[in-house]
Ligand binder design. Structure first.
Ligand code: AMP
Ligand code: ZN
Length: 474
């Protein structure tokens, strides 16, 4: 383990705290995965990039991390307050496909976006539809313990049974109550405004495509129960870090805590890590607003996805980030320069192990301060400016890339530009000598062949009175 103390902002305590896992050296981490009814937008991906950095930072300093993520393929309604229709069903209708096909297609698309952005696949990725028996079990226990009730043939969680319900929220309770009250499309089966559905059976969502048998009739689970069950299935009853975007704080994570702690009878998760939103000039980027930006769209416009990763890393995860094309263009230039800088590192010199250790730790310390990615990138620049050997710098770039994942190791694998140029000149000169000899022998066919061969490699020959000169085609 590197000797650094990690501080993280914890939404639960609303403070920056020292991170101490339940079990020494090991971290159990859970991430709310995507609802796979459409492509992920680059706002969603901001959350996954920053969570990826958190996971990789913990590994960098030496923790053994187990990260679990669900895939929401059922039960997430168009409104987080249990109203509207299932987003998956809406996606299936939109594309005239089955819910299963939609889920498969957009899960693959999400994984592909993650791959392009250097986001590591969590150790466990579990679709909600895999875990119906686990959901039913937890709901049964909640009913037995008196935390849930049946009404209108749905099962609800009874928030009035809790000593404190709004444990996570940064807003005051009264504001939230107003928010809940103003929910126009209200479910009259609920005893309390803040109660939420654990299992839907007879409700207005009768056209739901995916349904399962249960003790309460054929139906489907609510959205919140899946994260409580899937995390416990793989991480047990005690979890270190739970992640998500800030929009998940209420009601999703608040409800996850309510049902998980009522089920186990003890505290469930110690640290809550929330990534702030990516906004456009018109507010939060969201799919419900119709137009949204995807990684494929950025690629179509000529941006390397890594530019977007760097764009995110240059800001702190707890601050809202405004997206603009000018902003992305600036980062694209920064990325190009950084890539070239790394590409031109030679392999010369021994590795200076003392300098390596100093900079290895300095990078960790930047991130240990509540995942301050922009100061970690400053450490990278400072390191590149140092006057120790290129071999040391290369080794540090490789180490930093374990967390940054900016594709800089591609630059190290590429041959430095000067080397390409000198190898190319030597080759062209050899070919020109051969062409001169062929011409002298009146072997014009061979001379033309050489011209064509060089032209295929982007080398243009010009026969002048002084001899043959060459240049690289643009
Ligand atoms: P969803 O697929 O809607 O369940 O969202 C996936 C993740 O993206 C969740 O963690 C959300 O909190 C997060 N998210 C949604 N919108 C944004 C946004 N504009 N910026 C950053 N994260 C977001
Ligand atoms: Zn969740």
């Amino acid at each position: 383990m590197l000797d650094v103390k990690t501080s993280l902002y914890n939404t639960l305590s609303k403070k920056i705290e020292e991170f101490v896992p339940n079990e020494e050296g090991r971290v159990g981490m859970y991430t709310c995965g995507p609802t796979v009814y459409h492509y992920a937008h680059i706002g969603n991906l901001r959350s996954y990039i920053m969570e990826d950095v958190l996971e990789k930072y913990l590994r960098y300093v030496g923790y053994d991390v187990k990260r679990v993520m669900n895939i929401t393929d059922v039960g997430h309604l168009t409104s987080d307050g249990d109203t509207g229709e299932d987003k998956m069903l809406a996606g299936a209708k939109r594309e005239h496909k089955s819910v299963m096909d939609i889920a498969r297609f957009y899960t693959d698309a999400f994984m592909e976006d993650c791959r392009k952005l250097g986001i590591k696949k969590p150790d466990v990725v579990e679709p909600a539809t895999n875990c119906i028996p686990e959901f039913i079990h937890m709901i049964e226990v909640l009913l037995e313990k008196g935390y849930a009730y049946l009404s209108g043939e749905n099962v609800y969680f009874d928030t009035s049974k809790l000593a404190q319900y709004y444990v996570l929220s940064t807003q005051n309770e009264e504001d939230l109550k107003v928010g809940v009250r103003s929910d126009v499309d209200e479910d009259t089966n609920k005893k309390n405004k803040t109660d939420f559905v654990l299992w839907f059976t007879k409700s207005k969502f009768e056209n739901q495509e995916m349904k399962w048998d249960s003790p309460w009739g054929i139906g489907y689970p609510g959205w919140h129960i899946e994260c409580s069950c899937i995390s416990m299935k793989h991480l047990g009853e005690y979890m270190d870090i739970h992640c998500g975007g800030v929009d998940n704080i209420f009601p999703h994570h608040t409800n996850e805590i309510a049902q998980s702690e009522s089920y186990t009878g003890h505290k469930w998760c110690n640290y809550w890590f929330h990534v702030n939103h990516l906004n456009t000039k018109n507010g939060k980027m969201s799919k419900s607003k119709g137009e949204f930006l995807t990684i494929s769209l950025l690629e179509e416009k000529g941006y390397d996805p890594m530019t977007y990763r760097l764009f995110c890393l240059l800001s702190h995860y707890r601050k809202p980030l405004e997206f603009s094309w000018e902003g992305l263009d600036n980062v694209a230039l920064t990325y190009d320069k950084l890539f070239k800088r790394v590409k031109n590192l030679s392999e010369e010199g021994p590795v200076d192990e003392t300098a390596y250790a100093v900079y290895e730790k300095r990078f960790a310390e930047a991130l240990a301060n509540d995942i301050n990615t922009s100061s970690a990138i400053t450490v990278l620049y400072d390191m590149l400016k140092e006057n120790f050997t290129d071999a040391t710098k290369r080794k540090l770039v490789v180490r930093y890339e374990e967390v940054l994942s900016l594709g800089l190791t591609r630059a190290l694998e590429a041959v430095p530009e000067e080397k390409v140029d000198s190898e190319l000149s030597a080759y062209v000169e050899r070919m020109l000598e051969e062409r001169k000899a062929a011409k002298k022998e009146k072997d014009f066919a061979r001379a033309d062949e050489i011209r064509d061969e060089l032209s295929a490699k982007g080398i243009i020959l010009k026969d002048t009175r002084e001899g043959t000169v060459w240049e690289k085609a643009n």
